[in-house]
Design a protein around this ligand. Sequence first.
Ligand code: ATP
Ligand code: MG
Length: 301
Amino acid sequence: MSKPGATRGDRTGRGDRDGRDARAPNGPRVFAVVNQKGGVGKTTTAVNLAASVAAAERRTLLVDLDPQGNASSGIGVHPRTVELSVYDALIGRATLRDVMRPTELSSLTLVPSKQDLIAVEFELVDDPDRSYKLRGLLDELLRDDPFDYVFIDCPPSLGLLTVNALSAADRVLVPMQCEYYALEGLTALMATIDRVRTMNPRLEVEGIVLTMFDPRNNLAHQVAEEVKRHFRVFDSVIPRNVRLSEAPSHGKPALLYDVQSKGAQGYLSLARELLSSAWAAGRTGGGAGAAMGAAEKRAGK
Ligand SMILES: Nc1ncnc2c1ncn2[C@@H]1O[C@H](COP(=O)(O)OP(=O)(O)OP(=O)(O)O)[C@@H](O)[C@H]1O
Ligand SMILES: [Mg+2]
């Protein structure tokens, strides 16, 4: 990953400041996939990165925290078929264990979402703990140690749902399309992350993921260079690739749809890079390269 960025401060501790931190230092790694800008590749990144990590036999949970339910349908769980969703858990009617569902990949479990999630802001308006609901639910689930990695797909806003994701996460992944206005959005996002750090001091930005990258576009290169001057950017760049946009309509991550496609390979490379970093490797340790190689072979069968 290129250069340490301005957002990585000295708040590396797994703070216990408010007594809400129930996670072990070597416990599961929780990532929020966030950008308030719409259509930048958050869901595509959450689904395909979670699938790539799961294909390397890391026990992985994908939490769909967007009322659009795109991560759910993109992994093969149509919101129409969902009875209990993340909404029921957030308002205290169910646990995450009640809500979660298996997927086609045996190491990947989904917490689905559907449209009713829109109502959560109203339901929780008088609840002083409303920003910590997901954190409490995840801590309860993760206490029994069922997962190595959690990826939370956020909606395109910095409202209560995204704040819940940022309170529950250790690290933020920011998918970004290399467009003219991309940097402006990042400034607002970083300000929100700084505000959430008062509730979750250990939150850090793991890195920016450049998505839908078109190497023939000069502006894309310029924006990428500018972003790298300010933030940590993953070396693995996700190209614009039609397979990535087709796969969700088949309810599959790209590696189960066309593992040889540049899009699937881009996310496998991103997963390899993520799992190679010391903190993200966590208790599953090294061996990311070998595990991803095996994952590619399995998916290619
Ligand atoms: N690398 C890519 N190549 C081609 N198409 C892509 C790529 N990444 C995402 N897309 C397509 O772009 C559209 C937006 O992507 P996606 O849904 O992942 O963005 P999002 O940030 O989650 O959107 P929202 O803000 O609405 O939640 C989708 O149709 C998706 O299939
Ligand atoms: Mg989305």
